[in-house]
Design a protein around this ligand. Sequence first.
Ligand SMILES: C[S@@+](CC[C@H](N)C(=O)[O-])C[C@H]1O[C@@H](n2cnc3c(N)ncnc32)[C@H](O)[C@@H]1O
Length: 258
Amino acid sequence: MFSFFKKKSVETEESKAEISQDYSNVLQVAEYFKNETGVTFDKQISILTNKVTTFCKQREIHSFTTLMQIIEKDKQIKQELIDYLTTNETFFYREFNQIDALSKLVKKSNKHVDILCAPSATGEEPYSIAIALLEAGVSAGSFNITGIDINSDALTKAKEAIYRERNVRNLTPEIINKYFTFTGEKYVLNNSIKSHVTFKLTNIFDPSFTTLGKFDFVFSRNMLIYFDKETKLKAKTILESMRKDDEVGVFFGHADLF
Ligand SMILES: C[S@@+](CC[C@H](N)C(=O)[O-])C[C@H]1O[C@@H](n2cnc3c(N)ncnc32)[C@H](O)[C@@H]1O
């Protein structure tokens, strides 16, 4: 009786598919992802296994080896994996003391400045900088901000600039009233702020990143926390090379320790 049922279940199409599935050896995905993006899952291998298994099942990809073969040829799937595995947590006026310090420097410099936010995630950081500069009395025509990120979904949201309560939680009601339109549910950022920021889909380790030009100020906060020590140092060198003036330090996040 037992063997009859066992044999029958082995013969169904569904179980044939199950047999050919192989979601082991996620290390090849971890290594590939680290080489491409810098992001390490070295201490989160079981989380990575679960996430990539879900990613594969959603696309009917039956093994991690097949995923790797597909990614080699299919840029869209590669981008989807990057979008799926990167963490885009951010909010307005995060670590505001650095933004405040920047506002004072820009106001004092009394010249046009170019500012880089690498990474910008869903836009709250570059938009915070634009708001803070205007609030500090810097004239609207005297600064441009470039936001880059490796996550295309995050950049789509950044360009839309429609936020939830939790994203604006650090802003005063005065700032919200001045720069957002509240729909009753969401906070829509005004074009007067959006127009200061240009977004680009870029990987900081891609040679195209350094062709963006040089910047008076570079912000790179809460990205290096996802890198191992060696990759942090590599990223630091690349980010520092984006400055016009070597004397001006990059604004790293407090958790981005070296
Ligand atoms: C937690 S967010 C930080 C956003 C913002 N700077 C802040 O501090 O609130 C980290 C971002 O780094 C991006 N990222 C990770 N690796 C990257 C890489 N190699 N090049 C560009 N962006 C990357 C992720 O997509 C994610 O949006």
